[in-house]
Ligand binder design. Structure first.
Ligand SMILES: Cc1ncc(COP(=O)(O)O)c(C=O)c1O
Length: 377
């Protein structure tokens, strides 16, 4: 409320303490079970410099998905940068090469390997790299990487490029509420490596990158049918993710490889690090309109998911059923149907907490400008 009194709304509010807690909690959970783990925060979930610098300060690397993000990672002072993603252009590959002391390139496919081979030809620099694969468990996410069955073929093709040091294997699965999918993919990978990789090839594996996708617990919900309320989206604690993943590695990979395990968490770190602060502009019969909308979010999340909304000016523990809309010219620009409020009046300050992931990063100058970022002390 104090910050909202001093600054005009809407704004993003960085919560440094929550960010620090999130980093420590995730790191402690994985280090406890998986000693040889390294962390690379996924910039795409929130690229704000404060967040990037905070994770770097903890000794983390950064996971970049484009030349733009690679430049942001360099600017934030990252010493280790993974460059992962489909559709890397030749210019982006050259940028990675220019910073080969810091960058490890997770190669997406055979065509990228071929282009990289041309760019590396006659260059004195050696580039460290990994390769991304997908398995049948990735379903419609199979746009990314090569099929697992082609891993050995890829490994042999990469060996022909003398200054490319292929040393890692990566996969990523999104929106994990439990470790089940990761556990299954690790088992698939183990079985494949056992069958198709020679001892010499196995010895070249320095890292296996398990990607990100760890979903935060109870920050939003799904709407139930026919206006019957909502159910919070639940996810397992990072401790449990780490314990199960460690067990899968022990069972399927420990006898084959002696390597580090990389993690690329995005949303579990950035979600609690940023809140949205807005004001109610007008109250009409049965609905209210705020001073920001999908320009802050980039997409109609409030239409699809329940987000908790708190009226700071007239707070109540109880939720009123009262639709709160954004101010942009689309009927889908809605924050939600419930608000913790005693009453709702024009000028009320509201907060939508834990909106750090894939909101600020998706913001757009659609009708209204992208709001400023403030700090919660
Ligand atoms: C390769 C890769 N790593 C990490 C992430 C981060 O995922 P999350 O923010 O769900 O942790 C993503 C997200 O799409 C990704 O594509």
């Amino acid at each position: 409320m104090q910050i909202a009194k001093k600054n005009s709304t809407p704004f993003y509010l960085i919560d440094h303490r929550a960010l620090e807690q999130g980093i420590t909690r995730f790191q402690t959970a994985f280090r406890k079970h998986l000693l040889q783990s390294r962390f690379f925060y996924a910039i795409k979930s929130n690229y704000h410099a404060h967040i990037l610098k905070a994770v770097v300060k903890h000794g983390w690397g950064l996971d970049a998905s484009s030349g733009r993000e690679l430049n942001l990672a360099l600017k934030a002072g990252a010493k280790e940068i993974l460059f992962t993603g489909p559709g890397k252009t030749d210019d982006e590959l050259r940028l990675a090469l220019k910073h080969a002391d810091k960058v490890i390139l997770n190669i997406d496919n055979f065509s990228e390997l071929q282009r990289l081979g041309k760019i590396l030809k006659n260059k004195k620099i050696t580039l460290r790299a990994g390769v991304r694969f997908f398995s049948k468990l990735h379903e419609d996410w199979s746009k990314f990487g090569i099929p697992l069955k082609d891993l050995a073929k890829f490994w042999k093709a990469a060996a022909k490029i003398s200054n490319l040091r292929l040393q890692g294997i990566q996969f990523h699965s999104s929106k994990n509420f439990t470790p089940e999918r990761n556990v299954k993919i690790i088992a698939e990978l183990g079985a494949y490596l056992k069958k198709h990789f020679s001892a010499a090839m196995l010895a070249q594996i320095k890292y296996i990158d398990l990607g990100g996708g760890y979903f935060p617990d109870k920050v939003e919900g799904t709407y139930l049918k026919k206006g019957k309320g909502y159910a919070p989206i639940r996810s397992i604690d990072p401790q449990e993710f780490a314990r199960n993943i460690r067990a899968a590695i022990k069972k399927n990979l420990d006898s084959l490889v002696n390597c580090e395990y990389y993690l690329e968490p995005g949303r579990i770190i950035s979600t609690p690090a940023m809140h949205l602060v807005l004001s109610i502009v007008d109250v009409k019969k049965g609905l209210a309109i705020t001073d920001g909308g999908i320009n802050m979010m980039g997409w109609e999340f409030g239409k699809e998911f329940y987000l908790p909304i708190f009226n700071l000016s007239n707070f109540s523990r109880h939720e009123l059923r009262f639709p709160i809309y954004g101010s942009l010219c689309t009927p889908r620009d809605i924050w939600g149907h419930w608000i913790h409020a005693k009453k709702i009046t024009s000028g009320d300050v509201i907060v939508i907490p834990n909106q750090g992931a894939y909101r600020f990063a998706l913001a757009q100058e659609f009708i209204k400008p992208i709001p400023q970022v403030r700090m919660l002390d």
